[in-house]
Write a protein that binds this ligand. Sequence first.
Ligand code: GLN
Length: 385
Amino acid sequence: MTLIPQIQSKLPNTGTTIFTQMSALAKQFNAINLSQGFPDFECSDELKDAIYEAVKNGYNQYAPMPGIQPLREIISEKIFNIYKRKYNPDTEITIVPGGTIGIFTAINTVVNKGDEVIIIEPAYDSYLPAVQMCGGKPVFSSLSYPDFKINWDEIKTLINPRTKLLIINSPQNPGTSVISKEDLEMLDKITAGTGIFIISDEVYEHIIFDNVTHQSLILNDNLASRSFIVSSLGKTYHVTGWKTGYVIAPEPMSQEFRKIYQYNAFCSFAPAQWAFYKMLSIPRTYKGVSKFYEEKRNFMEKLLKNSKFKVLHSAGSYFQLLDFSEISTISDFDFAVWLTKEHKVATIPLSSFYHNKKDDKLIRICFAKRNETLEKAAEILNSIK
Ligand code: GLN
């Protein structure tokens, strides 16, 4: 008899990510897909031309492990222009195949067995399994509800000598809030004199509204010196499928990061790197993104003004939260499934972003969609009483 090997799961309590589940359900029921965050419109012709050109020019083999030099240099320049800090493109900037792998690698770089990691919820769903795979111990704090602000008093009580890492995210997904100057000061104060590293997930840094300036951790000397900052080019340029982002960190941290990165992805897709290099050389290509999405946010808010859903104002990212408590008392997951099957609009239930499935009767919608798509979706949502 053949002995069939049994896997001892590293993630026994983890299922398939909610993004995959809801996008599959949307497809199965032919629903408008406002669940997983991605645009349903095309990127610019400039960007398309740039990638065709890269492919035609023969940039089709492995890129250097940390990313092509010109892209790292132009990112360093962009960071300097915006945040006035110089990151060395050779030693402190690494191009990666998307924010998620950047976050995963950074977590693996610093977390050892038994280390405590503070995760602020609702949290993007990749943080927790990455911590668990390293044998880290997740410790949770919740953002306030309904304004999704960080509870610094609670975080202070969670910090102890075993705390190795704190993960922060602004603009927040799915909470749609952004951190303020005061938040940066608090974070500086409570981490001063500790051995705590920070991962700052800033993948929506170029999607922030109402004339608010993005408070990157790069802006604070002390915080920058202990932080991995993760950003995304796919999100900024409407090409999530190109899976390209970058991670910046001081040299010793980047060095360890790269040791791990070279053995999980090694490098990211070369033609996209050349195309993004070209685009980042033209600052208007990323400077207009906030305004573009702010118009969509406003458009959707207006369309849903008289609906039974309550729209929570989004300060950044391309998501909005809808409170459905006036419509139903069923769980947010059941509500999202019902909405997809019966009304053909797919969304994401917010409980998926809490380890204890906290349910505030909220669903997340992605407004990175053509106005016709938003109109069609809003018409359906408005008809639900
Ligand atoms: N970041 C995207 C979102 O929040 C999803 C990314 C993914 O599906 N892994 O919807």
